[in-house]
Design a protein around this ligand. Structure first.
Ligand SMILES: NC(=O)c1ccc[n+]([C@@H]2O[C@H](COP(=O)([O-])OP(=O)(O)OC[C@H]3O[C@@H](n4cnc5c(N)ncnc54)[C@H](OP(=O)(O)O)[C@@H]3O)[C@@H](O)[C@H]2O)c1
Length: 369
């Protein structure tokens, strides 16, 4: 197998101090270690967590003054390099398809790592969630998938087993038009065969129905709690409530909405700010959530604040669904110029504002062109 020279430098969007405007960094491209692949990035998605990490003072302190990257999701192409082609037999066998660049890959990065808003990345194929990109997705669509599809898998794991009356399990998804919510709806409907109630604004009702919701509750026009309580046929309670918005408003109805084996699962927690870190980290900042978890574990319905599963096989399962035409990726906007000297400030402001406003339908992606 022939090797090609590595590109000499890598441009990426980085920051040093929390909440300060990021800048372009041009650094020498590090040689990937034997178990790493060098990836040329085609596109990357922006997620609320990118803004939350960028704003986070504690992470800023822990990471010190070194340059910190932005972006977790990406789609890219593995470059053949002397080291990665020579890698262990196991690695070469398992990934022979895309080691030579036949496939593009998609994955998610941990917070402590380099960001995906970059020209090149090193990835560890044995530990990073990664899968081949299906031909039916454009680069921009593929970049929009990993983080937001791995999160619903963590939520839907809390579905109680199908009941003896063979009735469909009933799942409520709030924030159903957002990046994670639209995948909760699609997977609950198409993979888990549930009856899905999507909570969204009226302007997104048709979109959420298209994703597979059987019923819609317009949170801008209806009393959500009352509508859900009235919607329990014969008093039959719901099986799963997935909260992609945060806050405690609906948690008050926990017992009334969910049966004993049901579960109230949040990916945000009690907080409502879009710019503060959510997920299980908020067990520390909102300790009452620990009591809810313990109470639910002992007496039901269960309660948990969950984080996404970082598993390649779940990405591969999603690829299979996509290839069968069973799921859809929705990219509201592609932002160009994030790595261009002339355009990056404007591009960053655009993606930052969209994340902070929280009105995106589906995903926003940055393209490296
Ligand atoms: N724990 C984890 O592992 C994990 C993973 C991913 C994300 N998250 C967190 O989950 C949250 C959602 O992430 P995301 O990527 O899905 O966000 P997002 O795409 O930015 O969500 C925006 C969507 O939320 C809808 N929305 C806003 N307020 C709403 C409300 N009160 N009721 C119903 N819908 C509402 C908006 O629709 P309208 O404009 O029509 O209101 C919009 O379509 C974020 O806080 C994120 O940090 C956690």
């Amino acid at each position: 197998m022939s090797s090609s020279p590595l590109p000499s430098s890598n441009t990426s969007l980085t920051y040093t101090q929390p909440s300060t405007p990021p800048h372009l960094t041009h650094s020498p491209l590090a040689n990937p270690s034997p178990n790493e692949l060098l990836i040329r990035v085609h596109a990357a998605a922006i997620n609320p967590v990118d803004i939350q990490l960028w704003n986070n003072v504690l992470i800023g302190l822990l990471a010190g003054r070194k340059e910190k990257g932005i972006g977790r999701d990406y789609v890219g192409e593995s470059l053949p390099s002397a080291k990665s082609c020579k890698g262990s037999g196991k690695l070469a066998r398992r990934y022979s398809g895309w080691l030579v660049g036949r496939y593009a890959t998609l994955r998610m990065l941990g917070w402590e790592r380099e960001g995906t808003f970059a020209q090149y990345l090193s990835v560890n194929a044995s530990t990073d969630p990664i899968a081949r990109k299906p031909a039916c997705w454009s680069y921009e669509e593929a970049a929009a998938v990993p983080l937001v599809v791995l999160t619903p898998f963590a939520c839907l794991d809390w579905l109680p087993p199908e009941n003896e009356h063979n009735k469909k399990r009933r799942v409520v998804v709030t924030g159903a038009s957002g990046g994670v919510g639209m995948w909760c709806v699609q997977l609950a409907k198409k993979l888990y065969n549930c009856h899905v109630i999507g909570i969204c604004s009226g302007r997104n009702a048709d979109f959420v129905r298209r994703m597979g919701a059987d019923e819609i509750i317009d949170y801008t026009a209806q009393n959500v709690a009352q509508t859900l309580l009235d919607g329990r046929p014969g008093g039959r309670k719901y099986d799963l409530y997935i909260d992609c918005v945060g806050g405690v408003e609906m948690f008050r109805y926990w017992h009334d909405l969910l049966h004993k084996n049901g579960a109230y699962i949040t990916i945000v927690g009690d907080k409502t700010s879009r710019t503060a870190m959510g997920g299980p980290f908020t067990y520390l900042t909102y300790p009452s959530q620990i009591l809810h978890f313990l109470y639910g574990y002992l007496f039901g319905p269960r309660y948990a604040n969950v984080i996404l599963y970082q598993k390649s096989e779940l990405l591969e399962k999603t690829v299979e669904l996509a290839e069968k035409g069973r799921v859809e990726v929705v990219v509201q906007e592609v932002v160009n110029g994030i790595l261009s000297e002339e355009e990056y400030k404007e591009a960053w402001e655009r993606v930052r504002r969209l994340m902070e406003e929280g009105r995106v339908r589906g995903k926003v992606v940055v393209s490296n062109g």
